[in-house]
Design a binder for this molecule. Structure first.
Ligand SMILES: Nc1ncnc2c1ncn2[C@@H]1O[C@H](COP(=O)(O)OP(=O)(O)O)[C@@H](O)[C@H]1O
Ligand SMILES: [Mg+2]
Length: 359
């Protein structure tokens, strides 16, 4: 649906250059809910703004299925329509591209002096539709986001979640195939977040809407994304299926994100607070569960077989896409040889074992 290749975007401010997006390549398939996660400043917003050319990439290309390929080089943009020849990108093509991509934001960006009806009708102006057609479309959209009773309300009379529903309806007014969501739930309380995520998931299924979802919150990715890219310093450091990325994170930053949302993030604090957990000569290990193995059942077997104590200090387990995800932090006590054998045994049984510290 969207194929991004070797995209670069930098900003020059006050004599310094910020490389906001550096060599990003992504492949987003039709119908995906594709998460892009990273801390503040990672380049997520710049990347998504490059996708609909609100920001002009310095270089790289973006292919959008059914539209064509946009190639940027040295500040200029060119378009190769599907089956056509490359030419400078025209205003008309840019409009067509943007029509196909709705966008929602953290702060909703509604027109405060306009009613819900007028906010949603706004993008339908100049679309060649009659007033009656516009009204029918707005009502249809209000039903879609379950907000018909607020048709005459002003944004100030709505809750955050309701405002985002209006913004979603407005973004979908022209039947885009793609929805770009930039931190759409970041200003919402947990209940509203949950209901907006459910709505996005419904829209994805009902309309086969492809969603690119930017967030700094892991929980959001876990809730509705099928694929994820992790960004740091303008680069995509890891990408793939959500379960694969979160069950075996490769990059440090991904591990940090995973830990922050799983409870195992407390391990560092635990080690600091209990420097003495190791004073008795134990080995602190982390066992990671994956699809094929839940480590817990092996714990008692290992302790019997090798005569070691396996003290579970922290545990976390959740289901992600129907498979177990999580792990245990275990203090292994016993002779050095027994500890080594125990760890080797766990490794042989498909548990990912990581030695955190030897006492
Ligand atoms: N218009 C701009 N001018 C200058 N610097 C910018 C601009 N937009 C973004 N940046 C810089 O680019 C980097 C990435 O920003 P952004 O894409 O907003 O990150 P994120 O959305 O992940 O928080 C930051 O260092 C930010 O300060
Ligand atoms: Mg941002």
């Amino acid at each position: 649906m969207i194929e991004i290749k070797e995209l670069y975007k930098s900003f020059d401010t006050a004599g310094t250059t910020v490389h906001a997006v550096e060599n990003v390549s992504l492949d987003i398939e039709a119908g995906d809910v594709y998460g892009i996660v990273g801390y503040s400043g990672a380049g997520k917003s710049t990347l998504v703004r490059c996708i609909n050319l609100l920001e002009r990439p310095d270089s790289g290309s973006i292919r959008v299925e059914g539209f064509g390929t946009i190639r940027c080089a040295r500040g200029s943009a060119f378009c190769t329509p599907e089956g056509g020849a490359e030419q400078p990108l025209s205003e008309k093509q840019l409009k067509t591209l943007r029509r196909d991509m709705g966008m929602i934001f953290q702060h909703f960006n509604l027109l405060d002096r306009s009613t819900v009806f007028d906010n949603i009708a706004y993008p339908l102006k100049h679309s060649g539709r009659s007033r009656a057609e516009i009204k029918a479309r707005v009502l249809e959209l209000l039903d879609l986001v379950e907000l018909r009773d607020k048709i005459n309300a002003y944004p100030s009379q709505l809750s955050g979640g309701q405002k985002q529903r209006v913004a979603i309806a407005r973004a979908l007014a022209n039947n885009p195939r793609i929805l770009l969501s930039d931190e759409a739930t970041s200003a919402l309380d947990p209940d509203a977040t949950e209901s907006i995520l459910r709505l996005l998931q419904d829209l994805n299924r009902k309309l086969n809407l492809t969603i690119v979802l930017i967030t700094h919150e892991m929980a959001v990715v876990k809730a509705i994304c099928g694929k994820v890219a992790v960004m740091e310093n303008g680069r995509v450091v890891e990408q793939g299926n959500v379960y694969d990325v979160f069950s075996e994170p490769q990059a440090n930053i991904t591990r940090k994100f995973v830990d922050s949302s799983s409870g195992l993030g407390r391990i560092n604090k635990l080690i600091d607070q209990h420097a003495n957990v190791l004073s008795g000569g134990g080995t602190l290990i982390r066992l990671t569960y994956n699809k094929d193995c839940v480590g817990e059942s092996l714990i008692s077997e290992v302790s019997r077989r090798f005569g070691v104590n396996m003290n579970i200090l922290l545990g976390s387990l959740e289901l992600l896409q129907g498979s177990p995800l999580g792990g245990l932090i275990v203090l292994v006590e016993g002779s050095m040889d027994a500890r080594r054998e125990a760890i080797a045994f766990l490794c042989e049984h498909n548990v990912i074992v990581e030695v955190i510290e030897h006492g």
